[in-house]
Design a protein around this ligand. Structure first.
Ligand SMILES: NC(=O)C1=CN([C@@H]2O[C@H](COP(=O)(O)OP(=O)(O)OC[C@H]3O[C@@H](n4cnc5c(N)ncnc54)[C@H](O)[C@@H]3O)[C@@H](O)[C@H]2O)C=CC1
Ligand SMILES: O=C([O-])CC(=O)C(=O)O
Length: 326
């Protein structure tokens, strides 16, 4: 048996975590041979509810669950953490954009970035789920100067999965036939799901659908899917978000499949002309516990405009929180 790794999860008594923690403890994120210690962070008033979640985790008798820490202190939650899933943040309601949450949520990520910097394993892998995810990841990253910025990522895997399913349904195939999906940019309504490189059974996806459907139906449906879930459910996506978080971390830790890639919000090195230092969603390949942006994809004018629009929004969000960016 491997030695246990420490996985910090914030917002651990919230709705996403209720779908997430049990799957992590079952080995679905890091592998069925990897014991985990869960280090769970909540705000003080939610510690009672968190105790209930911890009791249920105990009651599952997971062989891989090597310990549970419950705390309202970020310094305790991130102590020696090898992985962190930053979920704890306010969700949006009907009629809101995710960036409307910036004011309510941004401060959480400066505090947690500092606590990660001061306490976590220097090799920690961080995934930000709480919205607006890309800019919250930027805030956490900038408040952790001793940690390589590549170790802070934001979740666009849910968008990636949504884009795969919508394409499979349109083409009468299954998601097993869809490869090389790309979400560019922000986890927001400006994100750009790109079908120019995606394939369905080896054929280029953009050639299998008509441009009017792509522009008028597909792109807006993927961009607005989160809002559609809120409208239908009266609460934002939870199980599918947890599933995407598991998939993001699993790809990063254990690698992506040969001949395929995933979408991850990562620290921009300037690839594809995107401003350096933004947390921007790119197509990524993962190997040996590290990610790499897929290079050399051809970008036409249609794609370039959309990639620039979502970059512009990220630059505006960054400027709106400049007081939290040391
Ligand atoms: N990136 C993505 O694709 C997605 C992101 N989200 C976002 O994930 C976040 C969480 O969503 P839910 O679990 O549905 O919300 P929720 O409201 O059910 O749970 C959030 C939990 O975070 C806790 N919390 C608040 N401030 C905290 C802090 N400073 N430290 C630790 N815990 C704190 C709350 O007490 C609450 O228990 C929201 O911001 C939501 O918009 C949701 C779906 C997809
Ligand atoms: O839409 C929301 O507010 C929650 C979320 O990020 C998503 O479902 O993609």
């Amino acid at each position: 048996m491997k030695a246990p790794v420490r996985v910090a999860v914030t917002g651990a008594a919230g709705q996403i975590s209720y779908s997430l923690l049990f799957r992590i403890a079952a080995g679905q994120m890091l592998g069925e041979d990897q014991p985990v210690i869960l280090q769970l962070l909540e705000i003080t008033p939610a510690l009672g509810a968190l105790e209930g979640v911890a009791m249920e985790l105990d009651d599952c008798a997971f062989p891989l669950l090597a310990g549970i820490v419950q705390t309202d202190d970020p310094n305790v939650a991130f102590k020696d953490a090898d992985y962190a899933l930053l979920v704890g943040a306010r969700p949006r309601g009907p009629g809101m954009e995710r960036k409307d949450l910036l004011e309510a949520n941004a401060a959480i990520f400066s505090v947690q970035g500092k606590a990660i910097n001061d306490n976590a394993s220097p090799d920690i892998k961080v995934l930000v789920v709480g919205n607006p995810a890309n800019t919250n990841a930027l805030i956490a990253q900038r408040n952790a100067p001793n940690i390589n910025p590549r170790q802070f990522t934001a979740m666009t895997r849910l968008d990636h999965n949504r884009a795969m399913t919508q394409l499979a349904q349109k083409t009468g195939t299954t998601i097993n036939d869809v490869k090389k999906m790309t979400i560019w940019g922000n986890h927001s309504s400006t994100q750009y799901p790109d079908l120019h490189h995606a394939t369905v059974n080896g054929k280029t996806a953009i050639d299998m659908v008509d441009q009017a459907w792509y522009e008028g139906t597909y792109i807006p449906e993927v961009q607005q899917r989160g809002a559609a879930i809120i409208k239908a459910r009266g609460a934002s996506s939870a199980a599918s978000a947890a599933n995407a978080a598991i998939a993001h971390m699993r790809s990063w830790a254990l690698g992506t499949a040969e001949g395929d890639w995933v979408s991850m919000g990562v620290y921009s090195d300037g690839s594809y002309g995107i401003a350096e230092g933004l947390i921007y969603s790119y197509p990524c390949v993962c190997k040996n516990g590290d990610w790499e942006i897929v290079q050399g994809l051809e970008v036409n004018d249609f794609s370039r405009d959309r990639m620039a629009a979502t970059e512009q929004e990220l630059a505006e969000e960054r400027d709106a929180v400049s007081h939290l960016l040391p």
